[in-house]
Design a protein around this ligand. Sequence first.
Ligand code: ADP
Ligand code: MG
Length: 350
Amino acid sequence: MDSFAHTKVAILGAGRGGRALLDLLHQIPSIEIVGIADRDPDAPGLQRAREFRIPVTSDAPTLIGAQGVSLIMDVTGDPAMETYLRAHKPPATDILSGSASRLLWELVQHESKLEAELLQAEKLAGIGSFAAGIAHDINNPLQLIMGLAENLAEERNLASVHEQAKDILEAVKRTSAICRDLTRYSRRASPHEDVLVSVNGKLDEALKIARYASSFHDVEMIKDYEPGAAVKGNPDELLHVFVNLITNAVHAMEQVGGTLTLQTQTLDDQVHIRISDTGYGIAQDKIPEIFEPFFTTKAPGKGTGLGLYNVKTIVNKMQGMITVDSTIDQGATFTVTFPRALSAEQGCPS
Ligand SMILES: Nc1ncnc2c1ncn2[C@@H]1O[C@H](COP(=O)(O)OP(=O)(O)O)[C@@H](O)[C@H]1O
Ligand SMILES: [Mg+2]
């Protein structure tokens, strides 16, 4: 623990409001959540608290009387709770309830909506730079289809007609796969609850998408995956994290080529994902800045400066960590660490 005063918070009510508060407060290092109470053992906030390893209880009075709580946040919406709190709270404890806590809940909602909008905006801005890559990848099979169709018009041999028809089908499948990948990426992150996600699968998916955004010309690929690495989170958001990190890595090597290394590893209770390049690197004193919104060293149209900011937001939300190790002109390694999810626990990773 550091020497700063921690704010110790207890949350009453674990419905949607309680859960949103938990998600937000959990990310703030100076706040310690000492517990959350709800009468309903299946309340969504209680489930989230168990994931965060925060004590849960059905007994609000005990939590209210707990030692050292500096702030009680009451989001039960229950007038009886307000009355009880006023009569029973320890003298040194502050209370946030009634309309004040409703206001806070609205702010939290608003903030998470803004966050989602920003993410989507950045994604769409990025897709603009995919255009050339997509055009190229769709044009190749189209040219092939055209050639085959021209042949077919003259073809008399039935066996060859069949052969070429099959080739046309394959080429069409390739173009529709491209469209499918892109629609999947461009859609809004689906709001479903966190699920088990296979990290290696997501990295491969991200690689396909990043290929449209940047030229992999002269980029050698090394994959060093640990089988079965899985984390819990939103698959669309995790995809977004990886697309950003891979695109940045490839951008850093664009002029000269180099090696892109994707590595996954599980250690104890954590999954480590490393994305390394041998590109131009980042000066030590710039490292804290690259996560700031709108910090970019790229030409307009090429970078928004929102990539790493959004990456960090998502990683924090998933209770992860991101670190950077870099030497100028030698490359950069971004390491993302998440709590490991056990694949056996809840079925197949998606
Ligand atoms: N792998 C990397 N190698 C070198 N510099 C990097 C790397 N990743 C990020 N950066 C630096 O961080 C800045 C911010 O990255 P990001 O937030 O993704 O925005 P953008 O890519 O739109 O510029 C980049 O402009 C670049 O200067
Ligand atoms: Mg970027």
